[in-house]
Write a protein that binds this ligand. Structure first.
Ligand SMILES: [Fe+2]
Length: 323
């Protein structure tokens, strides 16, 4: 009898072990399937249209950002000029970023309102770069970047008049048509009203967008900075813009030099009045466009940038929910 009882106990124990092994096998298989599905989603995400909040990819934190598991950034922005014809470390970082996120390309030296002939060699290189980056649009600034044929490495505000509207719009149409991509132009920060100006800045920007039949990259911080520097109402400025043409928003911090002078440094956290203006703008829009945090100087550790992205994401959600 005892021998039979022992055999039964052994059989039960073996059955229990077999069940446990089968459950472990199922669990391992399920985990593998889930990991495979998640891995498959990462390159798919990179092909998506940019949305949510993003960050300008800066070398100071790029390596940490591309290798971090959890980030609040849902897209990244780069300046093609920093990557054109560049291999090695930078090219590898860009390839990793492209695998992980949608990348938007934002030009720095397109000289969209300039007088010199368009630089065909630069545009041809740029076109190939944008194709390789698989972007949905291209943006650059509504300003001069060259003076008397010399690249200034600066964004120089335009005289605001009808002639400048026509010249900028013609040039933007040409660039847009050559690149075969939708283009968005960005309103720039300024510190003096250029001689010959006859229009309000918001009317000038709106007129160029309409005449060029292009889109707008609305920099909320630039609107606020200019509203203090030139003494206009930032919300009225926003009211005058064709908001249905906004493809993307920029937001950043600035430096307060004095009561009536702000410097667009991208070197500080977003100021409260800029958040307020963002909220005001989003409530007027039918859908929230992708919003990019620009941080180009006085760059903090990545954890602080992540915290600011999180604050921005929550602010956007709350503003839109209240709209
Ligand atoms: Fe900007």
């Amino acid at each position: 009898m005892k021998a039979n009882a022992d055999l039964n106990a052994v059989a039960k124990r073996d059955a229990k072990r077999a069940n446990a092994a089968a459950r472990r096998k199922d669990l391992v298989a399920a985990t593998k399937t889930r990991v495979k599905a998640l891995a498959a989603k990462i390159p798919a995400m990179a092909k998506n249209r940019p949305s949510g909040v993003g960050i300008g990819l800066r070398l100071q934190f790029a390596e940490e950002l591309v290798s971090t598991k959890a980030t609040n950034a849902s897209f990244v922005e780069i300046a093609p000029e920093n990557y054109l014809g560049v291999g090695g470390y930078r090219a590898r970082l860009l390839a990793m970023a492209k695998e992980r996120w949608p990348v938007v390309c934002h030009g720095l030296c397109g000289d969209l309102a300039g007088a010199a002939p368009l630089d065909q060699e630069y545009l041809t290189e740029l076109k190939q770069f944008l194709r390789d980056a698989d972007v949905h649009w291209y943006s650059d600034h509504l300003c001069y970047t060259h003076l008397a044929g010399v690249e200034t490495h600066d964004l120089i505000a335009l005289p605001l008049h009808e002639g400048a509207v026509r010249r900028a719009a013609k040039r933007i149409r040409e660039v847009q048509s050559f690149l075969e991509l939708p283009m968005a132009i960005e309103n720039v920060s300024a510190y003096m009203r250029m001689p010959g100006s006859e229009m309000r800045e918001e009317d000038f920007v709106a007129a160029v967008v309409r005449e060029a039949d292009c889109h707008l990259l609305l920099d909320i911080n630039n609107v606020y900075v200019n509203s203090i520097n030139f003494g206009f109402d930032a919300k009225s400025y926003v009211d005058a813009l064709p908001l249905e043409r906004v493809l993307q928003i920029h937001i950043a911090g600035h430096h307060r030099e004095s009561e009536d002078l702000l410097i667009d440094t991208h070197g500080a956290s977003i100021a409260d009045p800029v958040y307020d203006l963002l909220c005001y703008t989003l409530r007027k829009m039918a859908a929230v466009p992708p919003i990019l945090l620009e941080r180009d100087s006085n760059i903090p550790p990545l954890i602080e940038i992540e915290q600011e992205l999180e604050t921005l994401r929550i602010c956007v959600e709350q503003c839109h929910a209240r709209a």
